[in-house]
Write a protein that binds this ligand. Structure first.
Ligand code: 5SP
Length: 228
């Protein structure tokens, strides 16, 4: 895979986080993986999106060693790497602090499925991770953030629910590439907002599971990326 092309793709995907209003200042980050060569391209840490350039993207191996780039890789790099190692079909990852999704993560409640818009992209609740323990927080925190995400997907197919909210932190989404992951981040934030509104109007709001099956399989049937 052409690394410069992947850097350009990751650079543009990072800028889309600002364009879609998912991040402020230097919050959030996007990465993509070149699985053939076991290399990950990720946003540099602490760099303003308005000053960022394609050549600033940092290339790391799956152990987190910088193999190309002058700047420090995102502080969330260990989380991204854990997810790439566990979710073998994903090609891109996004982390943001988008308002409504982060609100649900601070409440410690997964984003419930309440409508067909949700079912078109996520075939069930978007899970919230468990509390991290003292050893995880004081140890390899970012790596352990990946651990609690992977734990939340023990019974879930990450290709059918391409996102999660990390308790007291914020959302991570993924997809077949960086652009797909950004798309899922925009959708997740919109679903978080819709669910907040629905639950505010009707705390007992619920979903007709027949619609979940109908909409998810219609959009992600056997020929689609998400597969069965
Ligand atoms: O979640 C966090 C901080 O809580 C990070 O995602 C920052 O929001 C962005 O860090 P860098 O990618 O710039 O290191």
């Amino acid at each position: 895979m052409d690394l410069n092309k992947l850097k350009e793709e990751v650079f543009k995907a990072n800028l889309e986080l600002v364009q879609y209003g998912l991040v402020l200042f230097t919050w959030g980050n996007v990465s993509a993986i070149d699985r053939e060569n076991g290399l990950v391209v990720i946003k540099p840490s602490g760099v303003s999106y308005s000053e960022m350039k394609s050549e600033d993207m940092v290339v790391v191996d799956l152990d987190g060693n910088v193999v190309e780039g002058k700047l420090r890789p995102s502080s969330d790099t260990p989380t991204h790497l854990e997810l790439y190692k566990s979710f073998k079909e994903i090609g891109g990852i996004v982390h943001t602090h988008s308002t409504y999704a982060t609100g649900w993560s601070q409440a410690g409640i997964g984003i419930p499925i309440l409508g067909t818009t949700h079912a078109d992209y996520f075939n069930g609740q978007i899970p919230c991770t468990r509390d991290m323990n003292e050893a995880e927080v004081k140890g390899a925190y970012e790596k352990e953030t990946g651990t609690v995400i992977i734990e939340a997907f023990k019974e879930l197919n990450p290709m059918h629910v391409p996102g999660v909210i990390v308790k007291n932190h914020g959302p991570f989404t993924w997809g077949k590439n960086a652009n797909d992951a950004v798309h899922n981040s925009v959708v997740l934030e919109e679903l978080a907002k819709m669910a907040f509104i629905a639950k505010t109007i009707q705390p007992n709001a619920s979903m007709n599971s027949l619609l979940t099956d109908k909409h998810f399989s219609r959009k992600h049937g056997k020929d689609s990326y998400y597969g069965q």
